[in-house]
Ligand binder design. Structure first.
Ligand code: NAD
Length: 437
């Protein structure tokens, strides 16, 4: 099948590459000329495990091409995926400018039947909006389908190739048949493809992300309670997670959720509810708790020293919003850096993949190390902001020898409390006893 993907970011590039991998011919369209030229040269623009091999193979075999021209890119496609950004507008609602602009352009250039599939996360009713815009300037037959994406950065290829489920919102039998055919290779193990109406499909994506964000904020509140009562959040997590009704995943306390999805999608869902005349109270609390949690680590650092932090030297491990990605959108690390810089602290940071992206936004406000030890020399304290595997079993003797004092503020609960006690570290984590106080 011939497919076009409009928007070649984290979702679009994975979508395009994985569809090419199953034998389709995919044309990826992006307005970012520099990005398109890099991809045409065979250079992958993002870090996503296991994507590069597939990307290279499908380019080589002629199934994956890149262009900045929408008209050229969609010409032969039967299905056009929109994987465009839907960033938060000023009031928190999803900004549909990119999606609706492209819909307007499509209306003018459609020449034969096509399915326009919205993969972007969009508010309820967007499929109808897209259809109305196209109808204004088009007389050809087309269908607009909602097909939200559930991939996780860091696991995107696996999530796309073997999805837990595929959700497709359409009432068109013709579109249903073609979409079933397209997704057949991805659900051979029997994972479900759920067909529903467009509105339910659009809301399913927000409901999923809002629920996951709620789980995180809930555990962060449990962690706060653990700190006040002397309980250990990891023990509580294991204790509740073995109940099937709760589940083991997504129960880790930390320094708040970040990334390109949860923060904006939770805000957007609050707005969707507001516009529908419903006050979504629980989600407002989820946001409030997350903001509080993002600030909690710096509050702990200030409380520990009890004096102004000006002149102190911080080392920071992890900049990406989570491990195995170079995505730094809404990364908790960036909030921590801002807060530390405001206090007059000097910050040196290391991240295996995301430093170049941080450098683009922060420049030389902080220093960047070549590895995780490089930044520890004479540091007063170490902050752990992202749980990259690399940080899980470090050489603690080397850390101790390099740092001015053996002080760690761990926002990801990476280390064993007894081990920290034995090694004589001051170790402050989330929802657990502080060691060395
Ligand atoms: N990143 C994720 O993990 C994830 C997961 C599920 C769903 N989503 C949703 O998918 C959508 C895309 O997210 P993303 O993270 O891939 O975004 P992204 O910012 O990484 O990529 C978007 C791409 O679209 C391009 N673009 C913008 N306007 C364009 C236009 N008019 N024509 C062609 N290209 C254009 C940009 O240059 C960019 O390359 C969002 O709605 C997001 O909420 C993201």
């Amino acid at each position: 099948m011939n497919i076009a993907v409009v928007g070649t970011g984290y979702v679009g590039l994975v979508t395009g590459t994985c569809f090419a991998e199953t034998g389709n011919h995919v044309s990826c369209i992006d307005i970012n000329r520099d990005k398109v030229e890099r991809m045409q040269r065979g250079e992958i623009p993002i870090y996503e495990p296991h994507l590069e091999n597939l990307f290279e193979r499908n380019i080589k075999q002629g199934r994956l091409t890149f262009t900045t021209s929408l008209e050229e890119g969609i010409r032969d496609a039967k299905i056009i995926f929109l994987a465009l950004p839907t960033p938060p507008g000023e009031d928190g609602s999803a900004d549909l400018t990119h999606v609706l602009n492209v819909a307007g352009q499509l209306g003018k250039i459609l020449k034969d039947y096509k399915i326009i599939v919205n993969k972007s996360t969009v508010p309820v009713g967007t499929a109808e909006k897209v259809r109305d815009i196209i109808l204004k300037s088009s007389t050809v037959e087309f269908d607009v389908v909602s097909n939200p994406e559930f991939l996780r950065e860091g696991f995107a290829v696996d999530d796309f190739m073997k999805p837990d489920r595929v959700v497709i919102g359409t009432r068109s039998e013709k579109a249903k048949k073609i979409m079933t055919e397209l997704y057949a290779p991805f659900v051979r193990q029997g994972n479900p493809v759920y067909f529903m109406d467009e509105r339910s499909s659009e809301l399913t994506k927000y409901a999923a992300n809002a629920f996951l964000a709620t789980k995180i904020s809930f555990m962060n509140e449990i962690a706060a309670l653990c700190e006040k009562t002397g309980a250990n959040v990891d023990a509580v997590r294991i204790g509740i997670g073995s109940d099937d009704r709760i589940g083991k995943r997504f129960l880790f306390a930390g320094i708040g959720y970040g990334g390109s999805c949860f923060p904006k999608d939770v805000q957007a869902m609050i707005k969707i509810a507001e516009q529908a005349g419903y006050d979504f109270k629980i989600l407002k609390s989820v946001v409030g708790i997350n903001e509080q949690q993002r600030e909690s680590l710096v509050a702990k650092i200030k409380a520990h020293y009890g004096v102004p932090l000006k002149g102190k030297k911080a080392a920071l491990w992890g900049l990406a919003f989570k491990p195995d990605t170079d995505d730094i959108r809404e990364a908790p690390a960036l909030y921590i850096i801002d807060a530390l810089l405001k206090e007059g602290v000097t910050v040196s940071a290391f991240d295996p993949e995301a430093a170049k992206n941080v450098k683009q936004v922060m420049g030389d406000k902080i220093a960047y190390g070549k590895d995780e030890y490089d930044i520890l020399r004479d540091a007063d304290f170490l902050v752990i902001a992202t749980e990259w595997s690399l940080f899980r079993t470090p050489d603690f003797n080397r850390i101790a020898a390099l740092m001015k004092t053996k002080t760690i503020f761990d926002g990801r609960n990476l280390y064993d409390l007894n081990q920290m006690k034995e090694l004589g570290f001051y170790y402050n984590s989330v929802g657990r006893e502080t060691i060395g106080d």
